[in-house]
Design a protein around this ligand. Sequence first.
Ligand code: GUN
Length: 287
Amino acid sequence: MAALIDGARIAAGIRARVAEEAARLAGQGVVPGLAVILVGEDPASAIYVRSKVRHTRAAGLASFEYALPDTLAQDALLALVQRLNADDRVDGILVQLPLPAHIDADRVLDAIDPRKDVDGFHPVNVGRLSTGTGGLTPCTPLGCMKLLDTVIEDYRGLQAVVIGKSNIVGKPVAMLLLERECTVTVTHIATRNLPDIVRAADILVVAAGAPQLVRGDWVKPGAVVIDVGINRVDGAEGRRIVGDVAFDEMGHAAAVSPVPGGVGPMTIACLLENTLRAARRRAGRGA
Ligand code: GUN
């Protein structure tokens, strides 16, 4: 039987450590603050943002929330970002994606002060990740690595396959795996012979956004499987959430992260950690 990688438990541990450290900083007069901006009514985004705000407060960080209508002008959003860049109470700025079509997301992300870019999406942080020179690292990829770290000691030379080439997950997680000296293959929508490529993987990270795409016979015995997918599907028992991996077919893997309860909670835990890191740096108290 594959070991279950319990993201909910691991994330709770990270949040507890963040809360402890935040309390210590608060004792020194530094209360880390996170600003979250949601534009429009996307229901999934609204759920994620609510959860981010709840955990931010629970960890003792200051939370600044902006829920704005989808008619918001791009210039107004850029002006808000500039205001938050200049606000000393704010250590982290997160603009929830996707943004409405009339707003150029790249322009908005470019406007965030890279030191406050707790999502790690600013080109400066993307560049730092690809050169392995620090900066803030995107939360979901960081969460994937922390899950992998619980079951893998030595990454050197392992074959890692990442399914999905998004800027939010696929590309940055590939960079992190490369930094550990895995041999990394990134697959995407135009990839041919996907099952054969996946069969070579010692580490498989799946961020395709396709319900139960990866079947049991694609996965090598002993592989470690991280499922980043969150898909709402209608079944006999009503609506349920499934990942990008056919979880019930993964018995021969060494370890697998479930959906829900795998990567999801890690993303928020890493967001809090990034906010703390940004606060420590801005206060001159950390690396
Ligand atoms: N939308 C989906 N994932 C993310 C994320 O990690 N950060 C932001 N800002 N938006 C997202």
